[in-house]
Each structure stands twice: as C-alpha cells, then as structure tokens.
Design a protein around this ligand. Structure first.
Ligand SMILES: [Zn+2]
Ligand SMILES: [Zn+2]
Length: 429
C-alpha cells in the first residue's frame, strides 16, 4: 500500500490530542463505573463528541452507550465502525497510580463492590475519544462515514438486566448507517506499542452458567430428616474437572465454577446451593456439546443424592473471528502505524469479548495493543523487563497500562478508519 498524504497529518493530529487522551483516561480511571451504570462516562463521551460537531450523537443506547456519526466531506459508501467498551469491574484498584480508583458501588446487585478499570476499558474509551478528535479534524477529506460505538456492559450486565453489544445492535446502533467494517482493540500485557493479532478466533466463545442444587432444609444434627444439597455440589465440581476428557483435547475448553452461594449455616443444612461459573471454548462448535454434558452431569449427580439440579446458560458471547482476508488487508496499515517489527501473532486465548457481535456481523478485526513493561522472549511470550512494573494481566487488581502508549491506539483507529474509507483496507471491492 502506498502512503497517502493524509497519513502524516493523522499522526500529527494524534500527537496533538495525546495529552488530552491521557487526561481523559486518568479521569475515567479515577471514576470507574460497573456494567450498565456508566452514566458519568456516557456524559463525558457525549459532551466531547458534541463539541466536535458530529452529525449525530445518540446517548442512552443499550443503557449508557453512545453512538456518534461523522459523515465525511467526500463521496463514499463505506462505513467504518470503531468500537470501545467503557465499563469497569467489581475489583479493588491496586495499580499504585495517584489516580487509582477509590470508588465503591453500594447499590449494585450482589454488592457493595469496589470498582476499578482492571480491564483497561478506560484506555479504550479515551483512545476512541482521541480518534474522534483526529477524524473530525479531517472530515472534509474522508470519503465515507465513521461510526463511533462507545459500548457499555462488555463485562456482562447484572444477570437480570440486558446490556452490551448485542443489546446495542438490538437498539439499532448499527442500523443506519450500516458498517462495512468493524474495528477495535484491547489493551494487553504485551510490550508497549506492540500489536498482536491472530488469524481465526482472537477470543473464545463464552457463557455464564448458573446451577441451583436443591435439597430439603433440616437441622445439621439430623441430616437424615432432610436432603443435604452440599455433597452433590462437591461431586458436581469434581465431575466438571473431568469434562474436558470427553472433548477433543486439541480444541481447548474450560469450565470454571468461580462462585458458590449457600444458604445454610454451620448447624443448618440449607435448602439449596447456587453455583456460578463460566464455560469457554476456542471452537464455538464445542459450546452446545459442553453445555449438554454439563447439564447431564449436574442433573444425574444431584439425583444420585436425592436432590435436583437446575442448569441455566446465560449471557452467551460468540467467539471473535478475525478472518484471514481481513488480517491480510489490514497488515500493511498495522505495520505502518506501529512498525514492522512490532506486529506479532498472538496465541489463542479463552478470554472473551462481545465485540464479536460487531466483527462477526459486519466483518473487520479486533486486535491486541501492548501497554506494559514487557518484552517478547524467543518463543514470542511476553516476559517482564528489568526495572519495569512487571506483567499484570487484565482483571487483576494490579493491572496497569502505560499512558504514553495510548497515542498508538489513537493512530491505529484513525489509520484503519481512513484506509478503510479510501478502499485501501477492505476485503471487498
Ligand atoms: Zn475484561
Ligand atoms: Zn476488556
């Protein structure tokens, strides 16, 4: 791909907004909001987009989502959707920065919870706000339309609420204009400024599982007069550890029970036990099989102890498909933006991201942006650099990201958008 005269201009404009991106990110970091409660973030984003004079700024999309539409000044049919997720997590903030979060959400279902941006969505939101500044600045030279998608509840809304990417689509976020490509990126513990991509599933398929094992409540001294739901619960968890052996070992699957709620007491056998967990599959074709086997396991194990089990699968998220043609089309752009040597293939992950709803529907890519004090060893695995802050994975209370790297994300958004609209980055004519 030859360089367009606008490319250096995009970079200059990204440099100009970089300081403000850091300010936005630090503000968001200090004031994080849990899924479906992102009202402050929504306000900040909407105010900014309006200040840029976008053609449309819609708020309240799927809760606190914001959609911005920027129509370019040149004729063109292509529509690039740039997506950032905006929500935080119910974990404490141990990142050590002076802008660390002290937020507590008192009213959240299941809470109160400490709240922090342990997944780095503060960075995603700030980078896309910066990209909006850059692209609005060159709007007269854009042959097509940019759709900005600021998405709430990527981490999953409270179990009784709707939310996230699927709900944004249901509410028409991409109905008009309809994207011809979707793009986004996730910050990750890779070396700063590196771009990681994977041909195939960048993220795995996921769902939440809730299993309610029911017995009969009774005093702890007379278990024979009731039915104890605790022993089958233990047996179900043990059985889950064997599920993977029933599936092709070359397509990784994990089933994790991360949380258990028991309603008993030390001397009371409770009526029920609720298990909360997650199923992850690299190959989403395995998902229904795992669900069937897990249901059989829970059902029959409970029966063996004269209990019942109800198994529900909630909040399913499809895998993120980065197809080979899209990767091939985008590599020249990626290499120009971050440098040839910093574009690397990543391994598979059983993490999930509901950006899949956008990428799978409209084509496009989701990639990883390295933001930590790391280097790649000979096997391409990130390892800590001496004197750095180490490698701290997303969702860890100590997760950190390097502010100075955010400008790279701004440039990526801007270059991918421009190259797509001009027809240099696409899989179709
Ligand atoms: Zn996350
Ligand atoms: Zn995330």
């Amino acid at each position: 791909m030859h360089d367009e005269p606008l490319h250096p201009d995009l970079d200059r404009r990204a440099d100009d907004v970089a300081g403000q991106v850091i300010q936005w990110r630090r503000h968001l970091h200090r004031y994080p909001e849990l899924p479906n409660r992102e009202s402050g973030t929504e306000r900040l984003v909407a105010e900014h987009l309006r200040s840029l004079g976008l053609d449309e700024v819609r708020t309240g999309v799927a809760g606190h989502g914001v959609v911005g539409v920027l129509r370019g000044g040149l004729p063109g049919d292509r529509v690039i959707a740039l997506r950032a997720d905006c929500d935080a997590l119910p974990v404490p903030d141990l990142c050590g920065a002076d802008f660390a979060s002290e937020a507590v959400d008192e009213d959240y279902p299941g809470g109160p919870f400490p709240v922090s941006h342990a997944c780095g969505h503060d960075g995603h939101t700030a980078m896309l706000m910066g990209a909006a500044t850059v692209l609005a600045g060159v709007r007269e030279e854009l042959p097509g339309t940019v759709l900005f998608l600021f998405q709430p509840a990527e981490e999953g809304p409270p179990v009784d609420e709707k939310g996230g990417a699927r709900e944004m689509l249901a509410q028409g976020a991409c109905a008009d204009p309809v994207p011809t490509m979707a793009f986004g990126m996730h910050v990750t513990p890779y070396p700063k400024g590196y771009l990681g991509y994977r041909v195939g599933n960048q993220y795995g398929a996921s769902c939440m599982v809730r299993i309610v094992v029911k017995g009969k409540q009774v005093h702890g001294s007379t278990p024979w007069q009731g039915v104890d739901p605790m022993p089958p619960t233990g047996a179900i968890i043990t059985g889950i550890g064997q599920l993977y052996r029933q599936l092709d070992a070359f397509d990784p699957v994990t089933v994790t029970i991360g949380h258990i709620e028991d309603v008993g007491r030390f001397n009371i056998i409770g009526e029920s036990v609720t298990l909360w967990g997650t199923v992850r599959c690299i190959d989403e074709a395995d998902m229904s099989d795992v669900q069937k086997r897990l249901t059989t396991l829970a059902d029959h194990t409970a029966q063996a102890y004269h209990c019942t089990a109800t198994v529900e699968f909630l909040q399913d998220v499809p895998a993120v498909h980065n197809s080979a043609p899209w990767v091939e089309a985008a590599l020249p752009t990626f290499r120009r933006v971050v440098g040839d040597d910093k574009v690397v293939e990543t391994g598979a992950t059983l993490g999930y991201d509901d950006v899949s709803e956008f990428v799978n529907a409209y084509g496009g890519l989701y990639v990883m942006l390295g933001v930590q004090d790391a280097e790649l060893n000979d096997d391409g695995v990130p390892v800590p650099v001496e004197g750095g802050r180490g490698i701290v994975v997303n969702h860890n209370p100590g997760f950190y990201l390097d502010d100075d790297t955010l400008v790279t994300g701004v440039r990526l958004h801007a270059h991918v958008a421009y190259d797509h609209l001009t027809g240099a980055l696409t899989t179709r004519e």
